[in-house]
Design a protein around this ligand. Structure first.
Ligand code: PA5
Ligand code: NI
Length: 191
């Protein structure tokens, strides 16, 4: 029996994305994103100019056991590394047949998803829109707007995170700035 086997409530701030009384806040700075963006030099410049926070994830320490739900608030800052908009690393779940749902609270962006057999999908994220990442689909959020991209996410607590081929291969598309709006580019076109 843990504190999380007893009903509880928690406040979240829709303006900042902060979860009151979070048990942990995962903070990823620019320096934690080395190897993920196409323009490594642009990332190094951002790191040397103060290594700003890319994103934060606020969580309660729900037991990572089947039956429980892990939920979080994800706050992804706006910005670009070269032509690419800021994104989260992205991952599969270690228990691959577990899904996840994201409800966007503030901002605008794209959720890129892919499978190990080569399929991919992009769903827009904006306040009030929910995106579903089915079992087996890796998921990465990208902030294409001028304000923080804030989402509430929830998934089976035993799912775990598997960064697998994302660290080496990334996603089949990169989301880049263009004067007419965000566009999806083939990774080879940015090399
Ligand atoms: O499980 C999720 O999708 C979230 O809790 C993410 O872990 C969070 O958004 C951070 O993303 P990543 O683990 O890809 O850095
Ligand atoms: Ni996930």
């Amino acid at each position: 029996m843990t504190a999380y086997d007893i009903p509880f409530g928690v406040e979240v701030d829709f303006e900042t994305g902060a979860m009151e009384a979070a048990d942990r806040v995962i903070v990823r700075r620019a320096s934690g994103m080395r190897g993920y963006y196409a323009d490594a030099d642009a990332l190094e410049q951002i790191i040397s100019s103060g290594d700003p926070i890319h994103y934060r994830v606020y969580e309660k320490a729900i037991p990572e056991q089947e039956g429980h739900l892990l939920f979080c608030m994800s706050v992804l800052e706006p910005g670009r590394v070269g032509r690419e908009f800021f994104f989260t690393k992205g991952h599969y779940h270690t228990v691959a047949d577990t899904a996840e749902t994201y409800l966007c609270i503030r901002g605008q962006g794209i959720m890129l998803m892919k499978t190990t057999d080569g399929r991919w999908a992009a769903e827009s994220m904006r306040a009030g829109r929910m995106v579903y990442a089915p079992p087996f689909w890796a998921h990465r959020s990208i902030n294409t707007g001028p304000e923080p991209l804030i989402s509430f996410c929830v998934y089976p607590a035993h799912a775990g995170h598997n960064y697998g081929d994302i660290e080496t291969e990334g996603f089949p598309k990169r989301v880049i700035y263009s004067p007419s709006g965000p566009s999806l580019a083939d990774p080879a076109s940015l090399c």
